[in-house]
Design a protein around this ligand. Structure first.
Ligand code: AGP
Length: 616
């Protein structure tokens, strides 16, 4: 997720754009840049780092102008550095662009443009797009708007873009597919603002239009905005909306907290994570980090997963995935234990390090230890160019976008998505999975985001359950198989934001001690999906019931047996058992959120916690 903001009108553009970028930094903060048109030429300033670093550069420049746009980056292609920062400019220097999204077929387009003599400065997909626009403009002898439209019909992926051409200096062209673009409209069309959300222009105008997917707009002063469908070229009319959200609400996407926003971003985050990697119609999974090292993975004697916290829980789900789908032995280790245990590691081992921040000290140290003993280390990170991403031999990024809330939510589900893709790919490659089963899994995975979307609508039911149990002093979370790690994760979520003591256990472990804790004051959250050792879990529930424990069960839609005995039941859509963690975790995330809120805790910044534990 990146932040885009721009201006065209009678005011000085620079201060508006810089302030707008500061408001959009929650969307990404790897690098920042701005372009300003001074009436003669296109002035671009950009740098790795934050908007404050860009401001320092601008202090030494007297660039002025009434038109321009800026960008604050969350890297997806190309590590964060000056040259990969946006805006990007075409080879002629006449066209400049900022982009939020991912161009999946950029490699193919880049090769074609190189064959036509284009030379690229950066590693980004965005630089490919701006040169594609330039090439089409020249080849078809069309103006910027038409060139953008034709270029986008060749693009596969997600984008929100703003484009400027010195040959058409009184207009901006914007377009969107999958990433937001808001257009602020000044009085009598005397000025226009563009942005990823309304926070950069809310103080100037409350009148806005939001582009829909596959739409583009040519914005010219003193004229109504012209909006077209990119593919059909048909003109589109959008009513002007009068904005009522506060600035703070806009930054949180209208949600009260970043954590809730990020819980609700999970359908899109999962799609963005498998986008371009999972091709169900072709029956393919393409992951460069795996493809380039496939022999290592197929010959590995075992996979060791190292991580901390929620990422460690995702690693546990990974253990079930790899052993079930690819029949590869897996060990999951707390990075902090692994690094000091003098573990036995050989060059036949593959270590997978999982980390949202890519900066967790214990995980980084575990990676260095594994590499020093000859292991091949693969990273699953959410932050491009982070320390762990740079330290590992290869990797696959989750495309969750910035996770601001300290309690990890969309990182967990996107980590599981990446691990699922790897396990499926290796299972197909080593013959553990038949082609038909493999393809069936891909189509099942494709249905997950809509099932998460559907699950997010049970918020009111979860809120009620939260109100019943918010004053509990202790809670138990139980799950079996793929959902044992989800029980651990649910307990961690509750602990870290509501400060209620909670423990996760394999359901069968009840008899080995925890059952002594159960009485009428103890709520037990039990995951009882229909393909997850269901009968065994039902008997665990009956054991709890007979000791007056309060049962809140997560079951598969249509369940009857558990419904008859549990105190509360939350239904999740049916899916392959291997993918149920992507669904069962959702109500537990919402539950911890609502309980914490009812207890008036700081949901986004819980006490004593940091988003990245960069110290031991
Ligand atoms: C989870 O909600 C916590 N924020 C914490 O356990 C976190 O998962 C852990 O510190 C690991 O962080 P990482 O994924 O950035 O390495």
């Amino acid at each position: 997720m990146c932040g885009i903001t721009g201006y065209i009108g009678f005011r000085e553009a620079k201060p508006i754009i810089i302030k707008g970028l500061q408001r959009l930094e929650y969307r990404g903060y790897d690098s920042a840049g701005i372009f300003l048109f001074d009436g003669k030429k296109l002035n671009v300033s950009k740098t790795k780092g934050k908007v404050a670093d860009l401001e320092k550069i601008l202090e030494n420049k007297s660039t002025k102008g009434n038109i321009g746009f800026g960008h604050t980056r969350w890297a997806t292609h190309g590590v964060p550095n000056d040259i990969n920062s946006h805006p990007h400019t075409s080879q002629s220097g006449k066209i400049t662009i900022v982009h939020n999204g991912i161009i999946e077929n950029y490699d193919t387009l880049k090769k074609e443009l190189i064959s036509r003599g284009y030379v690229f400065q950066s590693d980004t997909d965005t630089e490919v797009l701006v040169n594609l626009i330039e090439e089409i403009k020249k080849k078809h002898n069309v103006k910027l708007g038409k060139a953008v439209q034709l270029a986008l019909t060749n693009v596969v992926g997600a984008y929100a873009i703003a484009v400027f051409d010195v040959e058409k200096p009184n207009e901006l062209v914007v377009a969107r597919l999958g990433s937001p673009i808001a257009i602020g409209i000044g009085k009598d069309n005397s000025e226009f603002f563009i942005a990823s959300d309304a926070s950069p222009f809310i103080e100037y105008t409350k009148n806005a239009i939001y582009l829909e997917d596959e739409e583009m707009a040519v914005i010219k002063l003193n004229r109504d905005i012209r909006i077209r469908k990119i593919k059909s070229d048909s003109l589109v009319k959008h009513d002007i909306q009068e904005l009522t959200l506060s600035l703070e609400q806009i930054e949180k996407g209208g949600y009260d907290h970043f954590m809730l926003k990020e819980i609700h971003e999970q359908p899109k985050a999962i799609i963005d994570t498998y986008r371009g990697r999972m091709l169900p119609d072709e029956g393919l999974i393409k992951m460069a980090g795996i493809d380039d090292n496939i022999d290592r993975f197929l010959n590995a004697k075992r996979i060791i997963i190292v991580a901390c916290g929620t990422s460690w829980h995702a690693g546990l789900v990974g253990e079930y995935l790899f052993e079930d789908l690819a029949r590869i032995p897996v060990e999951v280790e707390y990075a902090s234990e692994f690094r000091y245990r003098n573990p036995i590691i050989t060059e036949n081992d593959i270590v997978i390090a999982i980390s949202q921040s890519g900066e967790t000290a214990d995980t980084l140290a575990a990676i260095k230890l594994a590499k020093s003993k000859g292991a091949f280390v693969f990273g699953v990170c959410n932050v491009v160019g982070s320390s762990i991403a740079r330290e590992t031999d290869a990797g696959a990024y989750t495309h969750a976008g910035p996770e601001i809330g300290v309690a990890s939510t969309k990182a967990f589900t996107t980590q599981i998505t990446v691990l699922s893709l790897i396990a499926l790919k290796l299972g197909k490659e080593n013959g553990s999975l038949s082609t038909s089963d493999f393809r069936a899994y891909l189509h099942t995975m494709q249905l997950i985001p809509s099932k998460v979307e559907k699950l997010l609508k049970i918020d009111a039911q979860v809120k009620h359950i939260a109100s019943v149990y918010k004053d509990s002093k202790n809670c138990l979370y139980l799950g079996r198989g793929f959902n044992f790690p989800v029980a651990l994760e649910g307990a961690l979520k509750l602990k870290e934001i509501s400060y209620i003591h909670a423990e996760g256990y394999p359901a069968a472990e009840m008899k080995h001690g925890p059952i002594a804790l159960i009485d009428e004051n103890m709520p037990i959250f039990v995951i009882a999906t229909n393909k997850g050792h269901y009968e065994k879990v039902v008997s665990n529930i009956q054991e709890i019931k007979s000791r007056a424990g309060k049962i809140i069960a997560i079951v598969t839609e249509g369940d009857v047996t558990v419904k008859a005995i549990a105190d509360h039941v939350i239904e999740i859509p049916d899916t392959e058992e291997a993918f149920t963690p992507l669904l069962t975790t959702i109500p537990l995330q919402l539950l911890s959120y609502h309980i914490a809120l009812m207890l008036d805790k700081n949901v986004d910044q819980p006490r004593n916690l940091a988003k990245a534990v960069t110290v031991e």
